[in-house]
Write a protein that binds this ligand. Structure first.
Ligand SMILES: *Cc1c(COP(=O)(O)O)cnc(C)c1O
Length: 417
């Protein structure tokens, strides 16, 4: 399998090259030259989740240096559960928050860490800007990985106390910086470092956000898994509602569908950052500065994976046929969290609430709500709404007891250096 840029299909790259480079040389995003097509019946009786992932990812790794190690990479990365629960007759929840840092970011971060660890002999530096969940997943996944340093930049006072502790409770090869600015300042520093001669000379930099294809490919697997589980029981295809920000997670869902897994409709839920719903309504794509909402991991005004989605459906009429998107306000997020707790005694995070809120607006076909984070990461938001304590997960409790280390810096590259 070769990989090409979303902006130019004449240059091709191996998977290892695409993972190491992060972004294509022309500024586009890496995509597979051709999506592998499967017969999903061949995947039905696979015994464990890591073995299923291995079989799904095999064609993407064909001819790559890492191909022979794929089994071990999957065993290493996917060592936690992926439960599906039933909410009512035709509504299910796919729980993606059982990894070490309690969000779906653990799937991609852990798999990327396993790949880079298997691939590099040279010293690498992973630099990430985070608005919350990426930083902790990457820090946890790369902690003590030999030859890899991690630099996490987070905006001072703009993430929850729990998120900050999960980012700063490390030492050794993981350094955290509290940047006196916004998430955009953090992202700008990362971009500047990639383009800076000093950094290019002294550090081999690599990105670990969702533009990296090494993070995206493993996310195909849980959509495939959930659709197969459902198909085995009910013999029909399932819909997914995906709470979205940078559109990485939902791109993986479309890739799983394109491969041939039994998936029917894929619906995007956004918060007030509704660039995509507006695009579907008007046909005009207008990125804008992000707005702060209760679902902070989805506060994105210029989604970086939009190019991968338009690459799947280049014509607007086709895009509109295949992609549906609904925006959910903070007030609706609050109501949804409150109602679900009061009526069903179920607690969900603000991101998951955007997806749940969209459910009644759709036909009553079998539909799975993608639950992206554990509610206890957002107890500061949820507890005042439900007037009830949100129990802390043991792995978060353990991290809360560790010593926190970080450096406060002004948003200037020379200070980071
Ligand atoms: C990152 C994140 C999202 C958004 O995912 P994208 O791939 O950026 O669309 C949604 N929910 C949670 C909890 C997240 O951490």
């Amino acid at each position: 399998m070769r990989y090409i840029s979303t902006r130019n299909s004449s240059l091709t790259f191996t998977l290892s090259e695409a993972i190491l480079q992060g972004l294509a040389p022309d500024g586009g995003l890496f995509i597979p030259e051709e999506m592998p097509r499967i017969d999903f019946h061949d995947f039905i009786s696979i015994a464990t989740y890591p073995l299923l992932c291995q079989k799904i990812l095999e064609p993407f790794f064909a001819n790559d240096l890492l191909a022979s190690q794929l089994e071990r990479l999957c065993q290493q990365a996917f060592n936690f559960s992926v439960p599906i629960t039933r909410l009512d007759e035709n509504t299910f929840m796919l729980e993606l928050f059982h990894g070490p840092t309690l969000s779906f970011k653990d799937f991609g971060a852990r798999f990327l860490a396993a790949c880079l660890n298997a691939m590099t002999k040279k010293k690498l530096t992973i630099m990430v800007a985070t608005s919350g969940d990426t930083g902790s997943a990457v820090a946890a996944a790369f902690y003590k990985v030999p030859n890899i340093d991690v630099i996490v930049l987070f905006p001072e006072h703009k993430i929850s106390a729990k998120q900050q502790q999960q980012i700063t409770c490390w030492d050794q090869n993981v350094r955290a910086f509290s940047v006196q600015g916004t998430f955009d300042d953090c992202q700008r520093l990362v971009k500047q470092a990639f383009a800076d001669p000093w950094w290019q000379k002294h550090r081999q930099l690599c990105t670990a956000n969702s533009i990296n294809i090494g993070r995206l490919l493993p996310q195909i697997c849980y959509y495939a898994y959930a659709s197969l589980e459902f198909y085995q029981q009910q013999k029909v295809s399932i819909n997914f509602i995906v709470p979205s920000g940078n559109l990485g997670n939902v791109t993986a869902a479309f890739w799983a569908k394109k491969m041939g897994f039994p998936i029917d409709k894929i619906i995007i839920a956004t918060n007030a950052n509704k660039v995509l719903p507006d695009y579907l309504a008007s046909g005009i794509y207008q990125p804008r500065p992000s707005i702060t909402t209760l679902a902070n991991a989805m506060d994105v005004g210029n989604p970086s994976n939009f190019e991968r989605l338009t690459n799947l459906f280049p014509e607007f009429t086709k895009f509109k046929e295949e992609v549906a998107a609904y925006a959910v306000s903070d007030e609706e997020i609050t109501q949804t969290i409150k109602h679900l707790f009061e009526l069903r005694n179920i607690t969900i995070c603000p991101h998951t609430a955007t997806a749940y809120r969209v459910r009644p607006q759709l036909p009553n076909d079998p539909t799975m709500i993608v639950s992206t984070a554990h509610p206890c990461k957002f107890d500061n938001i949820i507890e005042p709404i439900i007037q009830h304590p949100v129990p802390m997960h043991p792995s978060l409790k353990e991290m809360m007891h560790r010593e926190s280390h970080y450096t406060v810096i002004a948003p200037e590259l020379n200070l980071l250096r």
